[in-house]
Design a protein around this ligand. Structure first.
Ligand code: FES
Length: 160
């Protein structure tokens, strides 16, 4: 570049900074809002409709939920199996497992060691820790049974 070109370049007006117009800013905000709304509405729907991948502990796999030392005779525990809560009881008739979702209105049951019962805290539904049968209260059906395997002192639970 010679000195004449330099001189001409210096005489050019500086490039104007283009500021976004109000219309463009509103357009960007509207676009961002539409995308956010789409993600917020459809993400839960898609995650509900598309099942989790196999092997994630929900498809009948057996899941290690504890040991016989964790749940001694006369005790019980709520454990996650896949995405579902399960109540595991250790009775004098062995280790048992049931869905921890109450058959009345779907509350999560708890283990009540003092009463030796599975209890639904929502409407005081009571379940037998050996069979899962309804002892009293409004639940219309027993707790669904889960399969239990005890191997080397480890307790595994899977779908029945
Ligand atoms: S939801 Fe369990 S007793 Fe009502």
């Amino acid at each position: 570049m010679n000195t004449i070109d330099n001189h001409e370049a210096m005489l050019q007006p500086p490039e104007e900074k283009k500021e976004p117009t109000r219309r463009q800013v509103l357009k960007y905000l509207l676009g961002f809002s539409a995308v956010s709304t789409f993600i917020g509405v459809f993400t839960p729907i898609f995650s509900y409709l598309i099942p989790p991948p196999a092997g994630s502990g929900t498809g009948g796999d057996r899941v290690l939920v504890g040991t016989l030392e964790d749940i001694p005779v006369g005790d019980g525990k709520i454990v996650p199996v896949g995405h579902k809560p399960v109540v595991v009881t250790h009775t004098d008739q062995g280790v048992k497992a049931f869905s921890a979702i109450c058959t009345h209105l779907g509350c999560i049951v708890i283990w009540d060691k003092t009463r030796n019962l599975i209890v639904c805290p929502c409407h005081d539904g009571l379940f037998n820790p050996v069979t899962g049968a309804v002892v009293s209260g409004p639940p219309p059906a027993p707790l669904p049974t889960m399969s239990v395997t005890v191997d080397n002192g480890n307790i595994y639970v899977g779908e029945a």
